[in-house]
Design a protein around this ligand. Structure first.
Ligand code: HEC
Length: 155
């Protein structure tokens, strides 16, 4: 390989790395977040994806299938409740996070919202597969996301 084609090869490698790393940060994970902070942000990204799938299905003429609603229920409930709460230890990491310190001074409220999300997500698996019911559930769950972010997320 001549030096020119070697340079070309290196440029391709560098671009590939850029694309891969770029794609990752588009998901919303904070650069440099590791361990428990990364884990809780990934859980949140899973919430976001589930809500997007739900919204898109609601926009379809036939609405969401029971399978889609079942998957959304699982995705939301499996990252909520105790699972979510366990990722916010007191005196935990403070870097690369948007978590507000109010989480630990108003823990009861944070806990209530995390548990309400789990309960509502589990109940979703049992509701009628009816567009208007699913739309109002979407709003109720979206309201829990919003309520928690307003009080406990800083950005
Ligand atoms: C109990 C509180 C709580 C609930 C409920 C909650 N969030 Fe969050 N969310 C947070 C906190 C705190 C952060 C900041 C986490 C961090 O940076 O360490 C966050 C961050 C996020 C992020 C950014 C993740 C990243 O990559 O930095 C997204 C996206 C998100 N939440 C979506 C959702 C959606 C969608 C829902 C509802 C299905 C939801 N959240 C419910 C507390 C909550």
């Amino acid at each position: 390989m001549g030096w020119l084609s070697r340079l070309g090869f290196l440029a391709v490698v560098a671009m590939t790395v850029l694309i891969v790393v770029g794609a990752d940060s588009q998901l919303g994970a904070h650069d440099g977040a590791t361990g428990i902070v990364k884990e809780r942000q990934q859980g949140m990204v899973a919430f976001k994806k589930a809500m997007k799938t739900w919204k898109l299905a609601l926009d379809e003429p036939q609405g969401p299938t029971p399978e889609t609603i079942g998957e959304i229920s699982t995705q939301l409930s499996s990252h909520a409740g105790a699972r979510l709460l366990g990722l916010y230890p007191e005196n935990g990491p403070t870097k690369h996070t948007d978590a507000s310190p109010r989480i630990w001074t108003e823990w009861a409220e944070f806990e209530r919202l995390a548990n309400a999300l789990e309960a509502r997500a589990l109940a979703l698996a049992t509701v009628d597969i009816d567009k208007s019911v699913l739309r109002s559930e979407f709003k109720a769950i979206g309201g829990l996301c919003k309520a928690c972010h307003e009080s406990f997320r800083e950005r």
